[in-house]
Design a protein. Sequence first.
Length: 174
Amino acid sequence: MKFARIGNKTVSLEKIFLTIEEILDMRSRGFSQQDIAEKIGVDRSFVSRLESIGEVRKGQSIGFIAFPVKNKDEVIELIEHYGVDFHLVMTEEERNAFVKEKSGVELLNSVMSLIAEARNLDTIIVFASDKRGRLVEALLDCQVIRKNIGLSPITSDVYIPLGEIRQILDALHI
């Protein structure tokens, strides 16, 4: 545990970091600045300033959906570097397991939860088969940028060129 001595006070850096993480976690879950300030015991303006210190992008929220992806780890690393807010990137094996390992009710609940989360975004980028891409576009009421990676049904992983993803994200001014 690290401490800092400030005048006649000793301050726990770990406590500060944990509190900041809690504040940001609560904000990302939809709590208001005022609610957090009251719970944590700080001024609302502190919560606002904390967000301003760490702000990377202001404006539209971006999501990224791609399946089945051969270079999944590279794709995720790239979109996380750009600060994409939501992503669902799966290999063919993961996609099959997602469907087969759940009961009907569990599958429906999982899919509905993903749709609800994606509908809160301003823009979704989709790399999928022709039919799956159109389906995602029909389910969401936001801007959808769709890139077909093959004709349905795609039954094996497809390599997604990172340059194509960069081009789209750069065009969105992320």
